[in-house]
Design a protein around this ligand. Structure first.
Ligand SMILES: N[C@@H](CCC(=O)N[C@@H](CS)C(=O)NCC(=O)O)C(=O)O
Length: 203
């Protein structure tokens, strides 16, 4: 397997997940700033023109970080990161979907339509007037999640999962693009500091 890697929080999720699995992969760098990911060679790997992509041993490609991480976990031998039982896997998928749709999507789209506009306007349709509303939706959902984190070690309770890896990488990204964690989100801030100490956080 080979990982097509670049800067950005999505590739970071896969690298952090791999580090949690204790696994290393051959990595090929794609220059996202130069737009290599939007060129024909990469479109053959991922028709969405985005990063990362995983090349499988049979030469086929996978993209979408949740699909990649689930595949890596299953190939590795099913860990708690996704879940060892049907119930645990369903719980991880429920939370990764909530975090992806309710926090990551509005946060990153808000960024692309505002601070990232010059960079993204030639790569995708942008709606600058939606930017502030999208960022507010992400912040509201972070506070909603903060309430639900009361008394919990990780998003799925005692289990550190893909949901934690995704939320960590994107909240970290948010702090670099003017979407810092609301100081009122005390549970999330404590959780963030705890996750930051894991060796995988610097992957
Ligand atoms: N839903 C996709 C999102 C991928 C994505 O947005 N990747 C970013 C990097 S963090 C990217 O390729 N941005 C550059 C671009 O869109 O041209 C996934 O799960 O992999």
């Amino acid at each position: 397997m080979k990982l097509y890697n670049s800067i950005g929080p999505n590739p970071q999720v896969v690298r952090m997940f791999l580090a949690e699995l204790g696994q290393e992969l051959e990595t090929i760098e794609v220059d996202l700033m130069a737009g290599q990911n939007r060129q024909e060679e990469h479109l053959k790997r991922n028709p969405s023109g985005q990063m990362p992509a995983l090349e499988l041993d049979d030469g086929s490609f996978l993209s979408e970080i949740t699909a990649i991480c689930e595949y890596l976990d299953e190939k590795h031998g099913t860990t708690d990161l996704i879940g060892k039982s049907a119930e645990d896997r369903a719980e991880t998928r429920m939370w990764t979907r909530r975090i992806d749709l309710q926090i990551i999507e509005p946060m990153t789209t808000g960024f692309r339509y505002a601070e990232g506009l010059e960079f993204f306007k030639t790569r995708m349709r942008t709606i600058p007037e939606a930017a502030e509303g999208l960022k507010l939706i992400a912040q509201e959902k972070i506070l909603w999640l903060d309430n639900l984190m009361e008394g919990k070690e990780y998003i799925c309770g005692e289990r550190f999962t893909l949901a934690d890896v995704m939320l960590f990488c994107f909240l970290n990204f948010g702090t670099t693009v003017g979407q810092a964690i609301n100081p009122e989100a005390k549970n999330i801030l404590n959780w963030f500091e705890k996750v930051k100490k894991r060796p995988s956080a610097s992957a």
